[in-house]
Design a protein around this ligand. Structure first.
Ligand SMILES: Nc1ncnc2c1ncn2[C@@H]1O[C@H](COP(=O)(O)OP(=O)(O)OP(=O)(O)O)[C@@H](O)[C@H]1O
Length: 268
């Protein structure tokens, strides 16, 4: 891939392969993927259903173990002293790494119902035994527009507000990377736009690195770079994407995928 040398990555993977099952039932969900995610960038991962998007994100985040290949969290921008290879870690070290150096936003918000918005936001710090940096917490809370909702519980918040709590929770520990899995999948377009606007600002104003899986070309258009997966491989990428250009690429990949299924179905 061009531009890989001197590319300032937050997360990278080499020859990442994931197979499920065995024999005739074996599925290659990821097929020797080598990729790097730029620091301070929002990267979107797109591709037809079953192309390996979730598997890639789960392997990058240490939530799933690859069959082969390696993943690195590339450490601070001031040196590679914190560079760590995920496959070398024991479970407890991996759990601590996820808690301290990664943030997560899921489609289903995943907030704890008995905790207030503020308690949900600061939960990763509480679990790590760290105190919130009040100035940074204020920045995050104002950025997500939740100042007057901090003492509400999730059930008292709209879906969009709940997802903004989840975004603030993902950012509060200043992680090396935020993984967002279909963050707008359960939201209407207005609430989705707010969440995407916030993820975008976290990159522009807080120098956050975000990796986002999405099906939505409009969501992908907020990214600096869109990677397209098909059959477990990265087959294309777009920089400074527009929703129209993303839609064109995804349609052509989907028609190739449909063609392949039809050919298999016909016994070809
Ligand atoms: N636990 C599993 N066991 C067996 N096969 C799996 C498992 N998880 C995923 N797969 C298969 O691996 C391939 C990639 O799945 P993955 O969920 O990564 O795709 P995706 O691009 O995220 O799809 P979608 O857009 O539908 O969520 C698919 O063929 C899927 O059926």
């Amino acid at each position: 891939m061009s531009g890989m040398t001197n590319f300032d990555a937050a997360v990278s993977a080499e020859d990442l392969t994931k197979r499920y099952g065995s024999g005739d039932a074996q599925v290659t969900a990821l097929d020797a993927v080598t990729v790097a995610f730029g620091r301070g960038e929002l990267t979107a991962i797109m591709g037809p259903s079953g192309s390996g998007k979730s598997t890639l994100m789960h392997c990058l985040a240490g939530l799933d173990t690859p069959t082969a290949g390696r993943v690195w969290l590339d450490g601070s921008r001031h040196g590679d002293a914190d560079r760590v290879e995920l496959s070398g870690l024991r479970d407890d070290a991996l759990t601590a790494l996820r808690r301290d150096r990664m943030g997560f936003v899921f489609q289903a918000f995943n907030l704890l119902p008995t905790l207030t918005a503020w308690e949900n936001i600061t939960l990763p710090l509480d679990l790590a035994g760290r105190r919130p940096d009040q100035a940074f917490a204020d920045t995050v809370i104002d950025a997500v527009g939740l100042r007057d909702r901090l003492h509400h519980r999730p059930a008292q918040l709209s879906g969009g507000q709940q997802q903004r709590v989840a975004c603030a929770r993902a950012l509060i520990s200043r992680p090396d990377v935020v993984f967002a899995d279909e963050p707008t999948g359960a939201l209407d377009s207005r609430a989705g736009a707010e969440v995407l606007g916030f993820l975008r600002r976290s990159v522009d104003e807080l120098a956050q690195t975000v990796v986002m899986v999405t099906h939505d070309p409009v969501a992908a258009s907020y990214a600096d770079r869109v990677l397209f997966l098909a059959d477990g491989k990265i087959v294309d990428e777009l920089r400074e994407p527009s929703a129209d250009r993303v839609l064109d690429r995804i349609r052509s990949l989907e028609s190739v995928a449909r063609g392949a299924r039809t050919a298999v179905g016909a016994g070809a």
